[in-house]
Write a protein that binds this ligand. Structure first.
Ligand code: ADP
Ligand code: ZN
Length: 205
């Protein structure tokens, strides 16, 4: 296996590896914080090292393509769209070494038991997702996934109003639906000071 983690504790990692089990890595943060970029980076490196990689995304996220996960900056990786956790588990092959999951906040709560099971079956599971909804509330099942993960990476964007570290996804269109799929047409990255927990006018170009 290739040394792979950007931010994690190497000693802990070796302990995990020596007994043959897998582990869970979670990449969490606001929109535009680089979660998909970081996920794609890790998956690409595993593939280059000839590890067997499978990537899943919820069927709801068809912004760019049915068969790919994509970052806002245009990087891509093949993925399998699935309706729910059960659908994902049906697709995981026994010889898969690395399982990637993007947009994990759109999965059902069964994802927690599922990623634990995959790790126990010896797989490296890399999960990326939004940790807060557009009002700043924890976005299940991300809090639970963060709790069970061996390794956690928090990513940040840059506040479009003031340039500070952005931890929030500001909705810029009127809607009270928790899930309003979109990108820079409907959201922008904001810091704690500039975030308002409801729709707010977008920053002028
Ligand atoms: P996420 O998966 O967290 O939504 P992506 O990996 O898809 O993030 O996209 C990250 C990219 O978004 C950055 O590399 C940059 O090109 C772009 N981006 C757009 N707005 C911002 C912002 N306010 N701060 C940082 N990056 C931004
Ligand atoms: Zn700000």
């Amino acid at each position: 296996m290739v040394e792979e983690f950007a931010f994690d504790n190497a000693d802990e990692r070796r302990k995990v590896r020596h007994n043959g089990t897998g582990w869970i890595e979670v990449i969490a943060g606001s929109m535009f914080s680089g979660k998909s970029e970081e996920l794609i980076r890790r998956l690409t490196r595993a593939r280059i090292a000839r590890q067997k990689v499978q990537v899943f995304k919820p069927g709801i996220d068809v912004r760019y393509s049915d068969e790919e996960i994509a970052s806002h900056s245009g990087q891509k990786h093949l993925s399998i769209p699935v309706a729910d956790t059960a659908g994902m588990m049906e697709h995981v092959h026994d010889d898969t070494e690395v399982v990637g999951i993007d947009e994990a906040q759109f999965f059902d709560m069964a994802i927690i038991a599922a990623v634990n099971e995959l790790a126990e079956r010896g797989k490296r599971v890399i999960v990326a997702g939004l940790d807060q909804d557009y009002t700043g509330k924890p976005f299940e099942p991300m809090p639970q996934l963060l709790s069970v993960a061996e390794f956690i990476t928090k990513t940040h964007a840059i506040c479009v109003k003031c340039g500070a570290t952005a931890n929030y996804s500001q909705r810029t269109v009127e809607s009270e639906a928790r899930v309003e799929v979109g990108a820079s047409d409907k959201y922008e990255a904001r810091c704690r000071k500039c975030f308002v927990p409801h729709a707010d006018a977008p920053t002028p170009e």
